[in-house]
Design a protein around this ligand. Structure first.
Ligand code: PRP
Ligand code: URA
Ligand code: MG
Length: 211
């Protein structure tokens, strides 16, 4: 498992505004999109391309195009949905599949309540979007699910991760092909398994509180 934390002043600045409890939902949504576009630039470094012959106004030359099958982007509902626009802005021809998962806030068990993905992901490059990697339970379930379908290379784009969640994933997926790209590695989890300093409940800040 490879973890990359994007070290860039613009990322740090946007993240600071995102963390602020007084930042409103519309601004929060905009900042998430902008941050994801910056993270996606790093996360797609290994995206598969193939040679393409083109003619410029001056001469013939060989460039590159995205290989087929196209990369598959999988936002984890709800909060990951707020990252989709920022990702597809950078990779507009990517396919998109959906996983709906929620963490039971008392037991921390993960339930998968929705799934809309190709049955066969053999050989596919998959980009998973979820802003928060707390205990790591949600990403662990998502990654196992995608591997069972045949995914070959999985890259997770998250805004924040707790060291505890990264360690748990490392223990379970250590020698796999999974990459994780982050805007920040935070300090710790609190007694409710929220990330500290964090930004609160990402889904609620994007879309409002649900019971
Ligand atoms: O690493 P974990 O301990 O599993 O926690 C992280 C998960 O918690 C949040 O989702 P949540 O369950 O709140 O669902 P939501 O997006 O619908 O708010 C977040 O978006 C992650 O999916
Ligand atoms: O800090 C956290 C932990 C889990 N889910 C969130 O949205 N935020
Ligand atoms: Mg939530």
């Amino acid at each position: 498992m490879r973890v990359t934390v994007l070290d860039h002043p613009l990322v740090a600045h946007k993240l600071t505004v995102l963390r602020d409890k007084d930042t409103t939902s519309p601004v929060f949504r905009l900042l998430v999109e902008e941050l994801v576009t910056l993270l996606a630039y790093e996360a797609t470094r290994q995206v598969r391309v193939e040679p393409v012959e083109i003619e410029t106004p001056v001469t013939r030359t060989t460039g590159v195009g995205l290989s087929k099958p196209r990369p598959l982007v999988v936002p984890i509902l709800r909060a990951g949905l707020g990252m989709l626009e920022g990702m597809t802005r950078l990779v507009p021809t990517a396919e998109v599949g959906f996983l709906g998962m929620a963490r039971n806030e008392d037991t921390l068990d993960i339930i998968t309540y929705a799934e809309r993905l190709p049955d066969d992901l053999t050989g596919r490059q998959v980009f998973v979007l979820d802003p928060m990697l707390a205990t790591g339970g949600t990403l662990r379930e998502a990654i196992k699910f995608l591997y069972r379908r045949g995914a070959e290379q999985i890259t997770c784009i998250c805004l924040l991760a707790a060291p505890e969640g990264l360690a748990a994933l490392e223990e379970e997926l250590g020698d796999s092909e999974v990459s994780i790209v982050l805007a920040a590695r935070d300090e710790r989890l609190n007694e409710k398994s929220y990330i500290v300093p964090g930004l609160g409940d990402a889904g609620d800040r994007l879309y409002g509180v649900v019971d």
